[in-house]
Design a protein around this ligand. Structure first.
Ligand code: SF4
Length: 417
């Protein structure tokens, strides 16, 4: 599969860079989306206990973190960005990172409460926090539940002890299983992540690991294919000739086995790497994939907000200390607020939406582009349909299973038009 890890995991990350040709500015975009349209809020905690060798996220190891300053700054960022998207109803909050389970629970509580003071919230508000098993003390989980977290997403990554060591994880198998059990006992909803396509991993070994995962799972699992990302420790080792991930053919066989196993267990894929019982999907991540509006709070976080009939992209300063200093000095660390040109928005909607089994709503795509889907992709669309890579009907444009396995190539063909 050609997708990279950054595309696979969505944490308030922008699928495309803002259009460098578009003008920048913070005023004059007119009215935002109509009142009470849903809004998702992503909050980034950029600190981890150690850096995993495959990870290219905006995560950093620091000796001490001043919780008071960080709480104040994140709340200030939230208040400032509320001006970008007033009159909405917040549908989800997602604490990602980094390792947000290292946040003090009172920081989480302060942010959840501030969201509730700034916007009306949906009656079924989803509030997710990512956690690592080695920060899974019972008191911390209870504190997060009390702070308003109702969905926990655990970074388990492997149930095989050797694989955990290979991935440089700071927890062992027993801690992983204990954390899953504690999550199940504490939160209304929980999910955990595993990484597959590790070097030397056989389909049979992965199926056995999946079976154990299914015995521990609730209604949602995220299963990511290992890729070597530029700038990571794995990247440096790979450059020296080490084989650190499965080859493409094995990766495809593991992906296929994953789809079959999970569907048979009642957790079919709803996105390339995400599986859930119908109705138990992560609503926050669905907002990204459906190209709905979201605010990105914290260092390096991106946002997409509808203003004046189009969307603007926001991008924050990435380094934690620079972000904190900017917020404390001027109340904002947003470096860019860029209107997204319609063609670029179409590209973003496709890049996100074709990851979903449901695909992209045809009407939304055509409204955004101002023309029919057939006119958007003359020539290439019939070829992709005939080749069995996409389907198009009156309601939706979707990638088939074969198309999702080659999504970068499908997108390349569509977006080259
Ligand atoms: S714990 Fe997660 S965010 Fe932190 S370094 Fe590891 S993979 Fe990256």
């Amino acid at each position: 599969m050609l997708l990279n890890r950054k595309q696979e995991r969505v944490r308030g990350a922008a699928p495309l860079q803002p259009n460098p040709l578009a003008s920048t500015g913070g005023e004059g975009w007119g009215e935002g989306a109509s009142a009470r349209e849903p809004l998702a809020i992503y909050i980034h905690w950029p600190f981890c206990r150690s850096k995993c060798p495959y990870c290219d996220f905006n995560s950093h190891v620091r000796e001490g973190v001043d919780a008071v300053r960080w709480t104040r700054a994140l709340v200030a960022d939230l208040e400032r960005q509320a001006q970008l998207a007033p009159d909405r109803e917040v549908s989800s909050i997602f604490f990602g990172g980094g390792t947000p389970s290292l946040m003090p629970s009172h920081t989480v509580a302060a942010l959840v409460a501030r969201v509730g003071a700034l916007w009306p919230v949906a009656s079924d508000l989803e509030v997710t926090l990512e956690a690592n098993p080695n920060s899974a003390e019972a008191e911390r989980f209870a504190g997060f539940a009390e702070a308003g977290i109702n969905r926990l997403s655990l970074g388990i990554q492997a149930l095989d002890p050797e694989a955990l060591r290979f991935l440089g994880r700071g927890h062992d198998r027993d801690e992983a299983i204990a954390a899953i059990r504690l999550a199940r006992a504490t939160f209304a909803r929980y999910s955990f992540d595993l990484i597959y396509a590790r070097p030397g991993q056989s389909v049979a070994a992965w199926e056995a690991e999946l079976d154990e995962a299914l015995s521990l799972a609730g209604e949602h699992l995220s299963l990511y294919q290992l890729t070597i990302e530029p700038g990571t420790a794995f990247d440096k080792r790979a450059a020296r000739g080490e084989v650190l991930a499965a080859d493409e053919e094995t990766g495809a066989a593991l992906f296929e086995a994953t789809q079959i196993r999970l569907a048979a267990a009642g957790l079919p894929a709803y996105e390339i790497s995400n599986h859930a019982r119908p109705g138990a999907e992560c609503r926050h991540n669905l907002a990204y994939w459906r190209y709905e509006d979201y605010l990105g709070i914290g260092p390096g976080a991106h946002g997409r907000v509808t203003r004046g009939g189009g969307k603007i992209a926001t991008r924050q300063r990435r380094a934690p200390e620079a972000w904190l200093a900017a917020i404390e000095e001027s109340g904002t660390a947003i470096d860019e607020e860029t209107p997204i040109a319609p063609d670029e928005a179409v590209g973003e909607m496709l890049m996100m939406g074709l990851r979903l089994i449901e695909g992209v709503a045809r009407q939304r795509l055509e409204t955004l582009a101002g023309r029919d889907v057939e006119q958007m992709f003359p020539g290439v669309l019939p070829r992709l349909v005939d080749g069995g890579f996409v389907t198009l009907d009156d309601d939706r444009l979707a990638a088939t299973a074969a198309g999702r396995q080659r999504l970068n190539a499908v997108l390349g063909a569509l977006l080259a038009v």
